[in-house]
Design a protein around this ligand. Structure first.
Ligand code: NAD
Ligand code: TDX
Length: 343
């Protein structure tokens, strides 16, 4: 197979980290450059194994640092850019939207400029189903690639803005692009500010689990390994300029998700605590993945097998979790949740 140079942004985070490991192992002939600023969400300990491989390289940098990014592209002449780096937590975007615009919008635009200037073969932008806004509870409605973008949170508004820029660089300058819009991911190395790892972490420690509002909001859950395989497929076979939705029809209410984790860990539902709802809380997300399935994608996990694997992973990797939830994380949790009232 042909040699290629890949720039993966955000490869120290949850999905980007799993993708880096997947690519380093699946494509030994590719050189993988992981560029990451190592914000609170970035962690390199997960790459202890891959960093021993010759085809893995790490660059600590900010995607919004134009001078550095342009000189890096000039030097390395990348073939592909797979862009994960972002501020990714909705609750943080509600508390302080500014960094979301800086990283998700400006950072993306700088990467697009560099990609255009140095003639890369593909820019794959990893986006989210949240850019479509919310669905109501009618189980026959889904987000398709034609659904208009109607983002509701500062996070999803910043992601939608970056999607529009990626589209515009394709339409205006002919930059070869794909955009993927995935549903909620879960799996190994998920940062415990998000619902599933937060619940696993707290239940393992016999601590209360905060559920926003009545717990009836619905998310469509996809195991991160299936997301990585989808990105591999779109990178190699996606039609230039196209958007692909990624999701596996695994809709669950938040309450169902939390109860499944509690049951699997053999703990009591008394750990559940209903608290003040998230502002602008989207009711339901659900993906129609037909277009990606036609390209040849098929998920390997359903929610039952995926959540069992994930819970076991957290039990087997307790030191990773402990290292993350010590220190600064404690302050985050206190600030985020102390303002919430019990319902
Ligand atoms: P994450 O928060 O776990 O990781 C983000 C990574 O980006 C971190 O390693 C962080 O250090 C890095 N980063 C942040 N700002 C940076 C900057 N200015 N320059 C360089 N690196 C920077 O996020 P994730 O959950 O892995 O999500 C990855 C991507 O996938 C995001 O673009 C997100 O919008 C998208 N997405 C996430 C989900 C999900 O369920 N988590 C679903 C669909 C799409
Ligand atoms: O403590 C909590 N209690 C709670 O009830 C947290 C953290 C969340 N929730 C609810 C809010 C949501 O309805 O659980 C659901 C999932 O919340 P998050 O894990 O924060 O994910 P979500 O807001 O759905 O966004 C995620 O999926 C799409 C990712 O964080 C985004 O990066 C991705 O784009």
């Amino acid at each position: 197979m042909e040699k290629k140079k890949l720039l993966v942004t955000g490869g120290a985070g949850f999905i980007g980290g799993n993708f880096v490991q997947y690519m380093v192992n699946e494509f030994p002939q590719y050189d993988i450059y992981n560029l990451d600023l190592l914000t609170y969400a970035g962690d390199l300990t997960k790459h202890r194994q891959v960093k021993k491989k010759n085809n893995y390289h790490f660059i600590k940098a900010d995607i919004a640092d134009r001078k550095f990014i342009i000189s890096l592209f000039e030097k390395e002449k990348f073939d592909y850019v797979i862009h994960f780096a972002a501020e990714s937590h909705v609750d943080r975007s509600i508390s302080d939207p500014s960094i979301f615009v800086q990283t998700n919008v400006l950072g993306t635009q700088i990467l697009l400029d560099a990609s255009k200037q140095f003639g890369i073969s593909k820019f794959l932008h990893v986006s989210t189903d949240e850019v479509y806004g919310e669905l109501d509870f009618d189980p026959t409605t889904f987000f398709t690639e034609e659904t208009p973008l109607q983002p509701n949170s500062p996070y999803s508004a910043s992601k939608a803005s970056s999607d529009f820029l990626v589209r515009a660089y394709h339409e205006t300058y002919g930059l070869p692009i794909n955009i993927t819009r995935c549903s909620n991911n879960y799996g190994p190395y998920h940062f415990p500010e998000k619902l599933i790892p937060l619940t696993i972490s707290r239940v393992l420690n016999n601590e209360k689990v905060p559920i926003y509002g009545d717990g009836k909001n619905i998310r469509d859950w996809l195991h991160v390994y299936d997301h990585c395989a989808a990105i591999d497929l779109v990178l190699h076979q996606g039609v230039n300029g196209e958007v692909y939705n990624v999701g596996g029809h695994n809709e669950r209410t938040n309450l169902e998700v939390v109860k499944t984790i509690i049951r699997t860990l053999g703990k009591s539902e008394d750990l559940i605590e209903f608290v003040t709802d998230r502002l602008g809380h989207d009711k339901r997300y659900a993906i129609d993945p037909t277009k990606l399935e036609r390209l040849g994608w098929k998920p390997t996990f359903n929610f039952e097998t995926g959540i069992a694997q994930t819970i076991q992973w957290y039990i087997d990797n307790k030191e990773w979790l402990e290292q993350i939830i010590s220190g600064e994380y404690k302050n985050y949790f206190k600030n985020q949740y102390s303002v919430k009232q019990k319902l």
